[in-house]
Design a protein around this ligand. Structure first.
Ligand code: PMP
Length: 441
């Protein structure tokens, strides 16, 4: 029905061929590329996106986990529309940023002060630089396979080929981008996520140089399983002993609880980077944490350690949208969404059983990821997908997108929004059942 109603006469292939002439590879971010061409959006509302051919799809990707209330939520659109008429950026402060800062600070005991930036990448970068400025040390430690955005230091050993991994007792620091300076490589220490003994050994070898240990508590690219409390506690203790910062990347995981995934642990991180959902659908990032550390950014310091700026930082569009979105994402909304996600996982597990395929599921809160192994992976090197598995994933995702009209994240993950209801979950589990049968070995 929607095919005829919304038909525009425009072709995805025609737009793509224009795109290829002016945009490198035809896309502005590699994650939206798909063979043989990407698809172009006409409009979106709630949990549904309609492309320019009028095909309507259920969206379980939500712009890479950033739209916690789906598309074009009326409360957000109305508030932003009002703000738009008053201007969009001023070289002056706004009350909107203060309102939003107050709201976020109240959500976690670890948030004493906050600074807004424009993306998750920038939040992580600012967190690393603040850690260096505060401790006076140059290195960072991060988990093998973890994604933290595109700051040089944060993107080491992100998707390295197994032949480059090196010994698990001392994983190699593998640059992602050709031409990365050796100095950057030398200043990043890689540890195996959730492996306490090896991680502490590796950290010990660099103890006097490490400014911060960067951790995503439920790292999506590693495999979307949570860090154990013992692991976080062990690293916390190590950072106390060695004058280092425990730096959480909650750009994705802030959705898990009212105060982020950090609510699940017995210790509190010193600094936290946020992004995605806190922008209510607009570009944003934020760094929050202990006042004493955040002081390095304070312009009233006698010696300013980290002069920090950003043309669009705390712009009133993002802070308005973010405040409305996070007000609506209260404890009840989180509870409902996490319960709905549990229900979805249960139903998909039923589909796995019926189709009799070796697939497992990991996740936390309102996110989950499928793995093409009988038992769920617990470590990055177990979760890593070799080429033949990646091909199966692509086949399944293409089937879901093209035939079932369902959008998932390209690791075969779903990041739910509060607009989803039981009927979309039923569609997802049935479509996956059909897909599982198709790819069954
Ligand atoms: N950290 C994590 C854990 C992320 O998943 C991402 C984005 N996918 C980032 C940081 C970077 O955020 P952005 O894309 O807004 O720069």
């Amino acid at each position: 029905k929607s095919l005829t109603k919304n038909k525009t006469g425009k072709e995805n292939t025609a737009i793509y061929s224009r795109a290829c002439k002016v945009i490198t590879g035809g896309v502005s971010r590699n994650t939206i590329f798909r063979e043989p061409h990407p698809y172009y959006v006409s409009h979106a509302k709630g949990s549904y996106i309609t492309d320019i051919k009028g095909v309507e799809r259920i969206d379980f990707a939500n712009n890479m986990a950033s739209l916690i209330h789906g598309h074009a939520h009326p409360n957000i659109t109305n508030a932003v529309t009002k703000q738009l008429k008053k201007g969009t950026a001023y070289t002056m402060g706004t009350e909107s940023e203060v309102d939003f800062a107050e709201l976020l600070i109240n959500r976690s005991v670890g948030f004493e002060k906050i600074r807004f930036v424009n993306s998750g990448t920038e939040a992580v970068m600012t967190m690393i630089k603040a850690s260096r400025a505060y401790t006076g040390k140059p290195k960072i430690a991060k988990a093998e396979g973890a994604y933290h955005g595109t700051y040089d230091y944060a993107e080491m050993s992100q998707t390295a080929n197994p032949s480059n991994w090196g010994d698990i007792n001392k994983p190699n620091t593998v640059p992602l981008v050709d031409g990365t300076p050796q100095g950057v490589v030398d200043d990043v220490v890689i540890f195996p996520f959730n492996d306490i003994e090896r991680t502490l050994n590796i950290l010990d070898q660099n103890a006097d140089k490490i400014a911060c240990v960067l951790i995503d508590p439920v790292p999506h690219r590693i495999g979307l399983f949570p860090a154990s409390n013992q692991f976080i506690e062990a690293i916390y203790k190590w950072t106390r002993k060695n004058n280092a910062i425990l730096a959480f990347d909650e750009v994705v995981t802030f959705r898990v609880n009212y105060g982020g995934a950090q609510d699940n642990y017995s210790v509190v991180p010193d600094l936290t980077a946020m992004g995605k959902i806190i922008g209510g659908g607009f570009p944003i990032g934020a760094l929050a944490g202990k006042s004493e550390i955040m002081q390095v950014l304070n312009p009233r310091q006698a010696i300013l350690k980290h002069p920090h700026s950003g043309t669009f930082s705390a712009n009133p569009i993002s802070t308005t949208a973010g405040r409305i979105a996070m007000e609506m994402f209260d404890e009840n909304a989180i509870l409902r969404l996490n319960e709905l996600t549990k229900k979805a996982i249960y139903q998909i597990k039923e589909s796995i059983k019926i189709a009799d395929v070796p697939i497992s599921i990991t996740g936390d809160g309102s996110m989950f990821r499928l793995h093409f192994t009988e038992t769920a992976p617990r470590l990055y090197r177990e979760a890593y997908q070799p080429k033949q598995i990646k091909n199966i994933v692509t086949e399944l995702l293409d089937y879901m997108f093209l035939k079932e009209h369902i959008i998932m994240i390209n690791t075969c993950a779903c990041m739910f929004a509060t607009t989803l209801e039981q009927k979309e979950i039923d569609r997802l589990s049935q479509a996956l059942l059909n897909g599982f049968r198709l790819i069954k070995p």
